[in-house]
Design a protein. Structure first.
Ligand SMILES: *[C@@H]1O[C@H](CO)[C@@H](O)[C@H](O)[C@H]1NC(C)=O
Ligand SMILES: *[C@@H]1O[C@H](CO)[C@@H](O)[C@H](O)[C@H]1NC(C)=O
Ligand SMILES: *[C@@H]1O[C@H](CO)[C@@H](O)[C@H](O)[C@H]1NC(C)=O
Ligand SMILES: *[C@@H]1O[C@H](CO)[C@@H](O)[C@H](O)[C@H]1NC(C)=O
Ligand SMILES: *[C@@H]1O[C@H](CO)[C@@H](O)[C@H](O)[C@H]1NC(C)=O
Ligand SMILES: *[C@@H]1O[C@H](CO)[C@@H](O)[C@H](O)[C@H]1NC(C)=O
Ligand SMILES: *[C@@H]1O[C@H](CO)[C@@H](O)[C@H](O)[C@H]1NC(C)=O
Length: 401
């Protein structure tokens, strides 16, 4: 027995006494499996030492998103976990260990590495856990405004493309609207011939819609007087209005873009990638830097029963508009750099205002509604159909590259 196994076994005995966790796992279907078949070894590990089985995990990406939860709810236990972001090494539990808060660190690399580490930790059983990814993001002015809370069905990674600088395409390709184009093709309007597999995720719409209904029972922070004033500069009704709860989709990119040119290009790219033929299917409305990365880690673990991909909700509250209002269209950079135009506080408050009713509902209705899962009626999974099922986007097969 290795030292680590001894430590884990020891913790398994000791921690229940210290932690009094809510649900200790007992199911037989998560035992260790080891198949030695013709030199093609397949391993599946269960979580025989799991102690913690939270009912819901709130996933934040950085301190500002985490703190409203730590302040609002009674997160009294801190637990350090190997592999989490150096800035956020601990997860936090409420008194009875039923609700957990976890911070990934910002950007795709932090998100993927942190979620993977968390889900593989032997002391945690997340097979029945619900995840609320609760972050702030940029908002699209035709669907959202400062403070709005958006709940996604699709999460699309837009950064995985070729990119060339303006001066090097504009003379030869004057009708390109940005320097981006898809892998394996030679222009921005053609569907990529190869993908990395993380370009598009589709989430459980039934669960998403329940979270939306619950979010509508909360009251949203309307923003500062300055935010109210700033909204009037936009032409779109959504941008001019008070914040609301919106069902619409999220983008992931390490590249923190803003402005009309890139927003318009990525809108058309997202529609192409989700095979969106009508405007209702896929509706791009927020931009952020982590969701596809986190979803990729969740998806891989779902494949081995360590987590349930149908139990994930992605919520992004809007801290700022992605594009400037017409008055500032001549100075997009100046607009972006003037933080005073944003609504960071409203978006942070609204993480809790819009997300907490769902968190509380999970605890309140665990036995009746949540423990056995909320069945999706739509396809869930990625562009490669790794979890099975028929996706109405992507292709049967892609070139390998
Ligand atoms: C595992 O597979 C190898 C290669 O096929 C074989 O030689 C060995 O006997 C197998 N071991 C067990 C425990 O089945
Ligand atoms: C738990 O973590 C929070 C957030 O990092 C911190 O403010 C708090 O002091 C920690 N509590 C203990 C007991 O270490
Ligand atoms: C852009 O220009 C190319 C070359 O002239 C042409 O083939 C293509 O159809 C144009 N695309 C669009 C969307 O206008
Ligand atoms: C990101 O996730 C969304 C939704 O799950 C998915 O539609 C999109 O294709 C993903 N994008 C990438 C580049 O992986
Ligand atoms: C809330 O915001 C909307 C849109 O900016 C504005 O019309 C309304 O007057 C605001 N309400 C309050 C109470 O400030
Ligand atoms: C942009 O237009 C506004 C309003 O017309 C003007 O006040 C401002 O000076 C212009 N800014 C730039 C950088 O040209
Ligand atoms: C999505 O669009 C691409 C490019 O037009 C096409 O090859 C693919 O078959 C479409 N997928 C679905 C599911 O319709």
């Amino acid at each position: 027995m290795k030292i680590t196994s001894i430590l884990i076994a020891f913790s398994a005995i000791l921690l229940p006494i210290l932690a009094q966790p809510l649900d200790k796992r007992t199911d037989k279907d998560r035992q260790v499996e080891f198949t030695n078949d013709s030199n093609d070894v397949k391993t599946v590990f269960g979580k025989p030492y799991a102690i913690y089985q939270p009912k819901v995990v709130v996933v934040s990406m950085f301190m500002l998103e985490r703190d409203p939860w730590l302040k609002d709810m009674d997160f009294v236990h801190n637990v350090s976990i190997p592999g989490l972001a150096p800035l956020y090494p601990q997860v936090h539990f409420t008194t009875d260990y039923s609700i957990m808060q976890f911070t990934t660190g910002e950007g795709e690399i932090n998100a993927a590495a942190s979620v993977s580490s968390l889900l593989l930790n032997p002391l945690f059983d997340f097979s029945k856990t619900y995840f609320l990814i609760a972050g702030i993001g940029g908002g699209e002015s035709s669907l959202t405004t400062i403070g709005s809370a958006t709940f996604a069905k699709y999460s699309v990674q837009i950064g995985l493309q070729y990119q060339v600088g303006y001066n090097e395409y504009i003379k030869t390709n004057p009708n390109w609207t940005s320097g981006y184009f898809g892998y394996g093709v030679d222009n921005p309007w053609t569907y990529p011939s190869n993908v990395y597999g993380t370009e598009v995720y589709e989430l459980n719409e039934n669960l998403r819609d329940r979270a939306i209904q619950l979010a509508r029972t909360g009251e949203l922070n309307n923003g500062t007087e300055r935010n109210v004033e700033f909204r009037t500069l936009y032409e779109e009704d959504a941008a001019k209005s008070s914040p609301s709860i919106v069902a619409c989709d999220v983008y992931t990119s390490d590249n923190y873009y803003f402005g009309n040119e890139l927003s318009d290009y990525f809108k058309s790219y997202g529609e192409m990638m989700t095979n969106s033929t009508d405007s209702k299917k896929f509706q791009y409305c927020s931009s952020a830097q982590e969701d596809n990365a986190s979803l990729e880690a969740f998806l891989r673990m779902d494949l081995h029963g360590l987590v349930d991909f149908s139990r994930i909700v992605v919520m992004r509250t809007i801290s700022n508009f992605i594009t400037p209002p017409p008055l500032y269209a001549n100075d997009t950079v100046g607009y972006f750099n003037d933080v005073d135009k944003g609504g960071i506080q409203a978006s942070l408050d609204n993480l809790v205002n819009a997300g907490k009713p769902f968190v509380e509902d999970i605890i309140k209705n665990w036995d009746d509604v949540y423990s056995h899962g909320i069945k999706p009626d739509n396809y869930i999974g990625n562009i490669l159909r790794t979890l099975g099922g028929e996706a109405d986007f992507g292709k049967e097969s892609f070139e390998e590259a």
